[in-house]
Design a protein around this ligand. Structure first.
Ligand code: GTA
Length: 331
């Protein structure tokens, strides 16, 4: 039986952490704010790749000037963060800078200028960004693919071997070279163990948009397609131990969690998404998300379920994998 390491502090302590403003604790963890090494002085906006007024998010392609040599590409993602119940009294206190915009009868609109610490813009930087990253974030028309088992062998698998995004960031986490202090839970068994960590997309300030990922220790399992009954123990560990760890740490019960794979994922080292059920997470739509509980049941029914089934997913217009499907006459 594997030794289980749990690095989560007590829930009450974590509740406090979740309520603290950004300036004091940018990572929702113990470390003091580290100044960014990404130099905005050298950054210039080149193009808006995608934006959403509803989600209050913008994906920007920029160039970063170099002392010598050509400027390098970067992607900067700016996202307004959800409100946090605990900090609302500080936003709406008597000293708040509230300015009238218009008034009509009992209706009025205002501009509220909060302190910078309550006005965080979550900023994600991919630098240097590759052409693949620029394409990943660019808004494009989508095409639905029905990938048969044979398509996977003859089209998708050869494409992945040559084109997939680097998973170096995953190995850094597994080898404790990055994000070590963010680990929520670990089952260190090399075959059936995994590591649970907050997703890049979550600032850990509020549980409304809770987002963690479980990354399996075992190497060489690329995606849902590779799963067989041989992986059932690992998947059950991830489901059960992941739920318990999240419940202890964030007080979020299993009935409030959406636990799923992406197919296709962007990164081909097996990982599972844990998001708050109330959060409309990117990638949780039916043509991409596969519930872990259903995957376990499918594998119990048929150990080779995912080697046989047709799997449906959407690809962007300029995705080279779509091109491969077109060349094979499958779209
Ligand atoms: N902890 O270094 C990392 C890291 N990286 C590089 C990726 N992830 C990381 N987590 C940690 N540290 O949920 C996370 C990603 C993602 C998961 C990989 O690993 O945030 P996937 O292989 O299925 O890939 O999952 P996926 O879902 O396509 O990737 P991603 O990046 O989430 O993109 C999907 C869509 O989400 C995008 O098209 C975009 O609409 C949206 N999105 C992407 N990034 C952000 C962001 N920073 N903020 C808000 N929305 C975003």
């Amino acid at each position: 039986m594997a030794e289980k390491v749990e690095s989560a502090p007590m829930l009450e302590e974590k509740k406090l952490k979740l309520s603290e403003p950004a300036a004091q604790e940018p990572e929702g963890n113990q470390a003091p704010a580290e100044r960014s090494r990404f130099n905005l002085n050298r950054f210039s906006v080149k193009k808006i790749l995608r934006e959403s007024a509803r989600d209050k998010i913008v994906f920007i392609h920029g160039k970063v000037g170099q002392d010598c040599g050509e400027a390098q590409d970067a992607v900067v993602i700016l996202e307004k963060t959800p409100f946090c119940e605990e900090t609302l009294p500080q936003l709406l206190n008597k000293d708040a800078d509230l300015r009238l915009q218009m008034r009509n009868d009992i209706y009025s609109t205002h501009h509220l200028y909060p302190l910078p610490s309550f006005n965080e813009i979550k900023t994600t930087v991919v630098y240097p960004a590759t052409e693949k990253h620029l394409k990943k974030y660019l808004k494009q028309e989508m095409y639905l693919i029905n990938e048969t088992a044979d398509d996977y062998k003859t089209i998708t698998s050869p494409y992945l071997q040559s084109q997939a995004l680097s998973v170096q960031w995953v190995y850094n986490i597994l080898e404790k070279k990055a994000e070590v202090e963010r680990i929520i839970y670990e089952n260190p068994d090399p075959q059936d163990g995994f590591l649970l960590i907050p997703d890049l997309k979550w600032n850990q300030k509020q549980v409304d948009d809770l987002y963690l990922i479980a990354i399996c220790h075992r190497r060489g399992v690329k995606s849902l397609r590779d799963l067989t009954a041989e992986h059932l123990t690992m998947l059950q560990n991830i489901l059960q131990e992941g739920q318990v760890a999240i419940s202890k740490r964030y007080n979020t019960p299993q009935s409030q969690l959406r636990i799923y794979f992406h197919y296709q994922p962007s990164y081909y080292h097996l990982h599972i998404h844990f998001t708050a059920l109330s959060y409309d997470a990117p990638g949780s739509m039916v043509e991409r998300a596969h519930l872990l509980s259903s995957v376990i049941e499918n594998l119990q029914t048929d150990p080779e379920y995912y080697q046989k089934r047709t799997l449906t997913f959407a690809l962007k217009a300029d995705d080279p994998l779509l091109q491969s499907f077109k060349e094979a006459g499958r779209v």
